[in-house]
Design a protein around this ligand. Structure first.
Ligand SMILES: Cc1cc2nc3c(=O)[nH]c(=O)nc-3n(C[C@H](O)[C@H](O)[C@H](O)COP(=O)(O)OP(=O)(O)OC[C@H]3O[C@@H](n4cnc5c(N)ncnc54)[C@H](O)[C@@H]3O)c2cc1C
Length: 422
C-alpha cells in the first residue's frame, strides 16, 4: 500500500496519479477467524486496528452489512470533546482526545482533526455554578478548560445573539480549546486502511442474519455471504445492537433506539470558527462550520423509538427555532440537506464496553449522541477487553450489570429515561 507522504504526493503529481494503490482489499470471507467484529462503523474498525496494532492479532474480520462508514459514522456532526465529569467517563474521553491529537500521524491518513474549541454556552447565574463545577473537575484531572464571560464571547464570536431580551440570553461559556471536529468519512477510511494493512479482512455487503449458539457460546454466525465461525465475536453495531442481541436470543438490553437528525446549509463564507453548543430549558442545539463552508448543526433526538434512518418534521422546526434564537443571521441561509441516524440511547446516558452472558461474545454499545468523539478510545479499550478477556480499570463499570449494582454513570443526572440523555 502506498504511504501518504510529501514525496509520494509530488511523485504522483508528475506521473498522472498512477502510483497509488487501493486503499484496502476486498477479500472473500473465510470460514473461520480468531475474532469477528460485527459492524464496520468507527468503533468496529478502530477495534480491529488496535487488536492488530496493540496485540498483534490479525486473523480478524470486520463484517459490514452495507459499506463502511454508511451508518452513524458518516452521519454525525463530528463534535469531539472530553468535558465529562464522572469517574470512568472522565478518563475515557480524555484518553480519546489524546488519541485524536495524534490520529492522522498514527493512521497515515489526514482525518482533518481541527481543535477549534468547544463553546458550551450558559444562560443563567445558576448555570455558571454548574459550568464552574465541570471546569474545576476538568482542570483538576489534567484536562483543559476555561470560563469565558459574555464580553469575551462578544469579542471572539461576534455573530451570536447577545440581546438581553433574547429567548436564551447568553451569560458566558465553558470552553475547551483542545476540542473540535474531524472529517468523519476520513476517520472510517483511515482506520480501515490501517487495519487492512495489518492483515484485517474488511468485508462489506456482508450482513449478519442469524446466530447459532449453545448455552455458553456462539458457535456460528450466518451471514448474507455464508457461515462463519470465530473464537471470539464482538458486536459494534450502534443503533442495531438490540436486533443483534435478540438474534443471539439474549432478551432485552437497557437501550432504546431513537433517530437523531442533522442538518447542513449551503456553503457560506467563514462565519463561525468554533463549535457552539447550548442545552437549556428543554432546548438543545450544536453548530459548527464545515471546511466546505456549510453550517452543520443538530439538536434533540426524535423522541419516539425507531430503527428507520429518517427523522420527522417537528424536530426540524425545533432545531430551526434553536438556530435562529442563538444565531439570528442564519435566517437567510438555505438549508441544503438533513438526514438521520439511529442512536442507541442507554438508561443512564453512558456506554457499554463489556463482556456478556455468553463466554465468547463482547459488547460495544450505548453511545447515545456521543460515539464519534469516543471512537479511538472505544476501539482501544474494546480491543484490550477482547484480547485479555477482562476490562481495563477505566471501563470496568461500563457493563450491563451496573444498573443492578446501582452504579449508574449519569452525567446529566436525568434518571433512567434514555431520551433525556443527549
Ligand atoms: C445525526 C447524528 C449526529 C451525531 N453527532 C455526534 C457528534 O457530534 N459527536 C459525537 O461524538 N457523536 C455524534 N453522534 C453519535 C455517533 O455518530 C455514534 O455514536 C457513533 O458513530 C456510533 O458508532 P459507529 O461509528 O461504530 O456506528 P455505525 O457507523 O452506525 O456502525 C455500525 C455499523 O454496523 C452495521 N450493522 C448493523 N447491523 C448489522 C448486521 N446485522 N450485520 C453487519 N453489519 C451491521 C451498520 O451498517 C453500521 O455501519 C451522532 C449521531 C448521529 C446519528
Amino acid at each position: 500500500m502506498t504511504r501518504f507522504s510529501a514525496w509520494n504526493v509530488i511523485k504522483n503529481g508528475f506521473t498522472g496519479q498512477s502510483g497509488w494503490s487501493r486503499q484496502w482489499r476486498d477479500p472473500e470471507p473465510k470460514s473461520h477467524y480468531d475474532i469477528v467484529i460485527v459492524g464496520g462503523g468507527l468503533h468496529g474498525l478502530a477495534t480491529a486496528y488496535y487488536l492488530a496494532k496493540n496485540f498483534k492479532l490479525t486473523n480478524i474480520a470486520v463484517l459490514e452489512k452495507g459499506w463502511i462508514g454508511g451508518g452513524n459514522a458518516g452521519r454525525n456532526t463530528t463534535i469531539i470533546r472530553s468535558n465529562y465529569m464522572l469517574k470512568g467517563n472522565r478518563e475515557f474521553y480524555e484518553k480519546s482526545l489524546k488519541l485524536w491529537e495524534n490520529l492522522s500521524h498514527e493512521l497515515n491518513y489526514n482525518v482533518m482533526f481541527s481543535q477549534r474549541s468547544h463553546i458550551g454556552l450558559y444562560h443563567t447565574a445558576n448555570a455558571l455554578d454548574a459550568a464552574s463545577r465541570r471546569y474545576n473537575i476538568m482542570r483538576q484531572t489534567g484536562s483543559d478548560a476555561e470560563i469565558w464571560s459574555r464580553s469575551d464571547l462578544e469579542k471572539k464570536i461576534p455573530h451570536l445573539n447577545y440581546a438581553h431580551d433574547a429567548r436564551f440570553p447568553i451569560h458566558g461559556a465553558l470552553v475547551q480549546k483542545r476540542a473540535g471536529t474531524a472529517r468523519h468519512d476520513a476517520v472510517a477510511w483511515g482506520y480501515a486502511r490501517a487495519a487492512d494493512k495489518l492483515g484485517v479482512d474488511i468485508i462489506q455487503q456482508c450482513e449478519v442474519i442469524g446466530i447459532k449458539r449453545n448455552a455458553r457460546k456462539i458457535t456460528q454466525i450466518e451471514t448474507s455471504r455464508g457461515s462463519i465461525q470465530a473464537d471470539k465475536i464482538a458486536f459494534a453495531v450502534a443503533g442495531n445492537t438490540s436486533r443483534l442481541w435478540q438474534m443471539a436470543e439474549l432478551g432485552n438490553l437497557p437501550i432504546e433506539s431513537h433517530n437523531l437528525q442533522a442538518f447542513v446549509t449551503e456553503p457560506i463564507k467563514p462565519l463561525l470558527d468554533q463549535v457552539v453548543v447550548f442545552g437549556v430549558a428543554g432546548a438543545h442545539f450544536y453548530i459548527s462550520q464545515s471546511d466546505k463552508g456549510g453550517m452543520v448543526f443538530g439538536g434533540d433526538i426524535d423522541w419516539y423509538k425507531s430503527y428507520a434512518q429518517r427523522g420527522n418534521l417537528p424536530i426540524v422546526q425545533d432545531v430551526a427555532e434553536c438556530a435562529l434564537s442563538v444565531m439570528p443571521c442564519l435566517g437567510r441561509v438555505k438549508l441544503l440537506r438533513h438526514w438521520s441516524g439511529v442512536v442507541d440511547m442507554s438508561m443512564d446516558g453512558s456506554f457499554f464496553i463489556c463482556k456478556t452472558p455468553l463466554d465468547n461474545l463482547y459488547l460495544n454499545a450505548g453511545w447515545n449522541y456521543g460515539g464519534f468523539k469516543a471512537s479511538p478510545a472505544s476501539g482501544w479499550y474494546f480491543a484490550d477487553l477482547i484480547a485479555n478477556d477482562r476490562p481495563d480499570e477505566i471501563i470496568k463499570n461500563h457493563d450491563l450489570d451496573r444498573f443492578r449494582r446501582g452504579h449508574h454513570i449519569d452525567e446529566r443526572g436525568a434518571g433512567a429515561d434514555p431520551k433525556l440523555h443527549g
